[in-house]
Design a protein around this ligand. Structure first.
Ligand SMILES: NC(=O)c1ccc[n+]([C@@H]2O[C@H](COP(=O)([O-])OP(=O)(O)OC[C@H]3O[C@@H](n4cnc5c(N)ncnc54)[C@H](O)[C@@H]3O)[C@@H](O)[C@H]2O)c1
Length: 359
């Protein structure tokens, strides 16, 4: 299949591109590199640096490469940033997807897999969260993704030849098992990268945001899913898309780990000390979030392979140890000139913050 991957220079998109190419698929990547890395894009995938807003060029690329399906990862995905900059999130995640859908329409591409999120659920009434759980996002990030989900539902009703699958990921973690691809965000806002950087002495300490939650050890519980298992869900989804049908699947392990358990895992894997401080709770942080992923298991035959937290952390540790400066480390090790693309949006305001565990 000829597949266009948006956001293929980002964390999850780059892992997925690599797996698709290993499967023998023809892949084209677009990314504006606002938060991704050219170095992360597989050498066998034609790459175009462009923004989702550029409908005309996207249409031309789809036509030129005779694209048959789209995997849409490109987005902004920091909850705390979305609260401060809601317009930015609607513009990129919602309007950007509308531009992409227009390009697909013009180029006659009828098959889409969309990266959605458990943030579309908001604060849960009951756990685990399944696909029937009410969707009441409590931040602009979740709202921007839910708006797309609703649009996709309407589109398949309006055009029976169009079909899509939206995957609602829980907390994606880990890196490719061989340490070639990894997570390189600036700033790092997710718990495992922050803990690993702390283990490496690159951060002073790790702050637990609240240890008085109604959970066994008092810290928040989240469902962590390995990035390669998210990619395998995508590979199944792209062949599982049916014309005139929109389907929505949770992708998580189905059980959670507490913040204290994650700290324990990183200490075990790295064998390093990790200084920890206790901070206040963050507003709107649910005590516990984990998925019921039975639907994707039964309908698409998906089975996660890395189900133990230590295994997930080990893959991330391999990457962080060998890439202390992220993809930049490769240039540094070869003493070549560094041309490093960085965020087109200032993220300074969230540098000092800890990650929001709700994604
Ligand atoms: N990482 C998680 O835990 C998680 C959880 C749930 C959902 N998701 C979703 O998965 C997708 C990928 O997440 P990620 O963690 O790999 O993020 P990422 O930031 O690493 O990758 C996103 C990529 O999209 C590109 N991009 C952003 N805006 C663009 C635009 N306007 N035009 C073209 N390219 C643009 C960025 O440069 C980046 O390379 C996102 O849609 C995100 O919302 C991620």
């Amino acid at each position: 299949m000829r597949i266009l991957v948006t956001g293929g220079a980002g964390y999850i998109g780059s892992h997925c591109v690599r797996q698709l190419i290993q499967d023998g698929q023809d892949v084209v990547v677009i990314d504006n590199l606002s938060r991704g890395h050219r170095e992360a894009v597989h050498q066998d995938a034609p790459f175009y640096q462009l923004d989702l807003a550029d409908t005309l060029r996207m249409t031309a690329i789809m036509r030129e490469h005779e694209v048959e399906a789209v995997m849409h990862f490109a987005a902004l995905s920091y909850v705390c940033e979305s609260v401060r900059h809601p317009r930015r999130y609607l513009k990129t995640n919602t309007a950007g997807t509308i531009h992409l859908l227009e390009a697909m329409e013009c180029a006659g591409v009828k098959r889409l897999v969309f990266s959605s999120t458990c943030s579309t659920y908001g604060i849960p009434d009951r756990l685990p969260l399944d696909e029937h759980s009410p969707q009441r996002p409590c931040n602009p990030y979740g709202q921007s993704k839910l708006a797309v989900e609703q649009l996709l539902r309407d589109l398949v009703k309006a055009d029976a030849s169009f079909g899509c699958i939206a995957l609602r990921y829980f907390n994606v973690a880990g890196c490719s098992a061989d340490g070639v691809l990894g997570e390189d965000h600036d700033p790092q806002l997710r718990i495992i990268p922050i803990l690993l950087l702390t283990a490496m002495g690159l951060r002073e300490s790790f702050t637990i945001n609240g240890n008085d939650f109604p959970t066994p050890d008092g810290t928040c519980i989240r469902d962590y899913i390995h990035v390669d298992d998210i990619c395998s869900a995508h590979r199944l989804a792209i062949t599982g898309v049916q014309s005139g049908v929109s389907r929505f699947f949770n992708v998580g392990l189905g059980h959670g780990y507490s913040v204290s358990e994650v700290i324990g895992s990183v200490r075990r894997v790295t064998r390093k000390a990790i200084p920890v401080r206790i901070g206040p709770r963050r507003e709107g942080d649910p005590a516990e979030l984990f998925a019921n992923s039975d639907r994707i298991r039964s309908e698409l035959g998906w089975t996660p392979r890395l189900t133990k937290l230590d295994e997930i952390v080990e893959t991330a540790w391999r990457w962080f140890k060998s890439h202390p400066e992220g993809y930049r480390s490769r240039h540094l090790s070869h003493e070549t000139a560094i041309s490093h693309s960085r965020s087109s949006y200032p993220l300074d305001e969230i540098h000092a913050r800890q990650p929001l565990a709700v994604r």
